[in-house]
Design a protein around this ligand. Structure first.
Ligand SMILES: [Zn+2]
Length: 82
Protein backbone atom coordinates (compact mmCIF):
# COMPACT_ATOMS: atom_id res chain seq x y z
CA UNK A 1 0.00 0.00 0.00
CA UNK A 2 0.99 3.61 -0.42
CA UNK A 3 0.78 4.10 3.31
CA UNK A 4 3.61 1.65 3.83
CA UNK A 5 6.04 3.41 1.52
CA UNK A 6 5.08 6.74 3.04
CA UNK A 7 6.15 5.68 6.51
CA UNK A 8 9.41 4.36 5.15
CA UNK A 9 10.37 7.92 4.38
CA UNK A 10 9.37 9.32 7.76
CA UNK A 11 11.83 9.60 10.61
CA UNK A 12 11.52 8.22 14.12
CA UNK A 13 11.21 11.78 15.43
CA UNK A 14 8.39 12.59 13.03
CA UNK A 15 6.36 9.55 14.05
CA UNK A 16 6.89 10.29 17.74
CA UNK A 17 5.98 13.93 17.15
CA UNK A 18 2.64 12.82 15.74
CA UNK A 19 1.84 10.95 18.92
CA UNK A 20 2.71 7.44 17.82
CA UNK A 21 4.51 5.27 20.30
CA UNK A 22 5.02 2.01 18.43
CA UNK A 23 6.38 0.92 15.11
CA UNK A 24 4.31 -1.95 13.76
CA UNK A 25 5.83 -4.40 11.32
CA UNK A 26 3.54 -6.70 9.38
CA UNK A 27 5.26 -9.57 7.63
CA UNK A 28 3.75 -11.35 4.66
CA UNK A 29 3.87 -14.55 6.72
CA UNK A 30 1.30 -12.97 9.02
CA UNK A 31 3.48 -12.14 11.98
CA UNK A 32 2.98 -8.69 13.46
CA UNK A 33 5.71 -7.20 15.62
CA UNK A 34 5.52 -3.96 17.53
CA UNK A 35 8.52 -1.96 18.66
CA UNK A 36 8.24 1.00 21.05
CA UNK A 37 10.15 3.95 19.61
CA UNK A 38 12.20 4.44 22.80
CA UNK A 39 13.41 0.87 22.33
CA UNK A 40 14.34 1.52 18.72
CA UNK A 41 16.37 4.54 19.77
CA UNK A 42 18.51 2.26 21.91
CA UNK A 43 19.65 0.40 18.81
CA UNK A 44 23.15 1.24 17.63
CA UNK A 45 23.01 3.80 14.84
CA UNK A 46 19.31 4.63 15.29
CA UNK A 47 18.44 8.23 16.12
CA UNK A 48 15.35 10.43 15.96
CA UNK A 49 16.52 11.38 12.49
CA UNK A 50 16.69 7.83 11.17
CA UNK A 51 14.20 6.99 8.44
CA UNK A 52 11.91 4.16 9.47
CA UNK A 53 12.64 2.44 6.18
CA UNK A 54 16.36 2.46 6.90
CA UNK A 55 16.18 0.59 10.18
CA UNK A 56 17.02 -3.07 9.62
CA UNK A 57 14.34 -5.51 10.73
CA UNK A 58 14.09 -9.24 10.47
CA UNK A 59 10.99 -11.36 10.98
CA UNK A 60 11.53 -13.72 13.89
CA UNK A 61 9.24 -16.27 12.30
CA UNK A 62 10.19 -16.55 8.64
CA UNK A 63 13.37 -14.47 8.46
CA UNK A 64 12.05 -11.97 5.93
CA UNK A 65 13.83 -8.63 6.08
CA UNK A 66 11.11 -6.66 4.31
CA UNK A 67 8.05 -6.39 6.53
CA UNK A 68 5.44 -3.72 5.89
CA UNK A 69 5.96 -0.69 8.09
CA UNK A 70 3.21 1.04 10.00
CA UNK A 71 2.77 2.88 13.26
CA UNK A 72 0.53 2.59 16.28
CA UNK A 73 -0.28 4.59 19.36
CA UNK A 74 -1.14 1.61 21.49
CA UNK A 75 -0.41 -2.07 21.85
CA UNK A 76 -2.92 -4.53 20.44
CA UNK A 77 -3.52 -7.75 22.32
CA UNK A 78 -1.11 -9.31 24.74
CA UNK A 79 2.47 -10.29 24.21
CA UNK A 80 3.19 -13.95 23.65
CA UNK A 81 6.92 -13.56 23.28
CA UNK A 82 8.06 -14.13 26.83
ZN1 LIG B 1 7.63 -13.42 8.53
Amino acid sequence: MELDSWWRTRTVGEAMGQGYTFLRLTCRCGRISEYPFPLLLQRPGVTRYSFLGNIPFRCQKCGSTQPSIGVSSHVVGTSSDH
